[in-house]
Design a protein around this ligand. Sequence first.
Ligand code: CO
Length: 301
Amino acid sequence: MANNRFPRLSDFIYEMDLATWSSDMSVADLKRAIESIEAGKVLYAPFLSFKIKDSEVNLLSETYLLKGVKNISYDPHSGKVKGVHGTSEAQERLQNLLERFSREAYNLVSTVLPFYKNKLIWGRTSFRPVEIKGRETSYRKDGTRLHVDAFPASPSKGKRILRVFSNINLEGTPSEWRIGEPFSDVAKRYLPKVKPQFPGINFLLRAIGYTKEKRTLYDHIMLSIHDKMKGDKGYQDHVSQIRMPFPAKTTWIVMTDCTSHAAMAGQHVLDQTFYLNPQDMMNPKLSPLYILERITGKALV
Ligand code: CO
């Protein structure tokens, strides 16, 4: 890692020269790609854009977003789209757009990270038609603060979270990110501050229908770390980090459970989530689960 004052872009980003969603890469580049993402770098494809058809341009308008939600989302399992305000025709067209992106995202991950092929577990596809900057929200939900992903309502139980993002903004607006320190440093800093899990928590969460699956000790720790990072103003301002504006028509892949990230500004980003069991990584020892189990000395799932 570079020293705090002068972080280098190459410590955070691995750039790939891809022009299509299933471009061939050399064996050496494939090896670098998997090593980079498992080490917490962002795989960045500056020449890879997701094509919006002329007939779809008007779908990018925020008028199709249901009031009170941040995203339009698509569930590849059910084929259903959520968060759309509009006619069934608009729903269907947005569903088609998100479905096409989800397939391309799968092609991309299978091509760039063939080691994970057939091991990827599909999560949601989402589209954020509104500008991020200036939206009021509680600090826990504030994505403009550096954090690692942990989803309160869907416990990952140790599974990796791998996401493909594509900026489809038509006015050339970049998606402004910050990228922070490696997970091992985050864990060392915040794990000592994590309070024990409330014993009745799983009974309660299920009683109110909040989570379908058990929130494991791993999920409890990841959520606590997520909240503590976001709530720590000094950390947000002073931790080693870079600013990274992902221009329009670019695509990037990130393991968001280990890569500290914050989306500061931007509009019109598509995003596909996949999950992966840590044992299906090339180096499972780099998973947050392994890192946290090593530090705590106990099984967390
Ligand atoms: Co996030």
